[in-house]
Write a protein that binds this ligand. Structure first.
Ligand code: MG
Length: 174
């Protein structure tokens, strides 16, 4: 079986939705997903860069993120034809480990937990495909990178791009 490595945040877990919600609530702001096209929240509100980052130090932040639409059904279908690994650069947010693990067990419990990979530099990942919203992970990845559309990456070109999990399904199971 060929291997597909799949990122968590903004690919299977809806990071932006919660991050924007808590930020707008706490700072009485009204930033929308449309505002994030081609940038990050920290770029829009640079004077609050520490505050924006500090949400990720909350050990519970990642525990209740919404599941990205259709990701469970598509990954379940893909797992019959491919070896699936969830690969998250969790070292960037060490406080998140337990929440991310529990979240995966709750929403992707049909995968073997031995296929959950909490890493730093993803170039260590040996897989045929990597589905990720951060193109920087493709630079030293030996397989095929597949860019999952997220507001911040809409202007990235030069990569295979998928806009939804239904497009992922069509790419692999056509
Ligand atoms: Mg991501």
């Amino acid at each position: 079986m060929k291997r597909i490595a799949i990122d968590m945040d903004e690919v299977v877990a809806d990071f932006n939705l919660k991050h924007l919600h808590v930020f707008n609530r706490d700072y009485n702001d009204n930033v929308t997903l449309d505002d994030l096209m081609g940038c990050h929240l920290r770029d829009l509100r640079p004077h609050l860069i520490q505050e924006i980052r500090s949400y990720l130090d909350d050990p519970t932040f990642f525990r209740d993120l919404d599941v990205m639409k259709d990701s469970q059904e598509v990954i379940r279908a893909l797992s019959e034809h491919y070896e699936i690994f969830i690969t998250t650069a969790a070292m960037e947010v060490p406080a998140s480990f337990t929440a991310k693990y529990e979240w995966l067990k709750e929403h992707f419990g049909f995968l073997d937990e031995m296929n959950f990979v909490f890493c730093g530099d993803k170039s260590i990942i040996q897989a045929d495909y990597l589905i990720d919203d951060n193109a920087r992970h493709f630079k030293r990845f030996s397989g095929q990178g597949i860019l999952f559309t997220s507001p911040h990456n809409v202007n990235e070109t030069g990569y295979v791009r998928v806009n939804s999990w239904l497009e992922v399904r069509d790419y692999f199971l056509r």
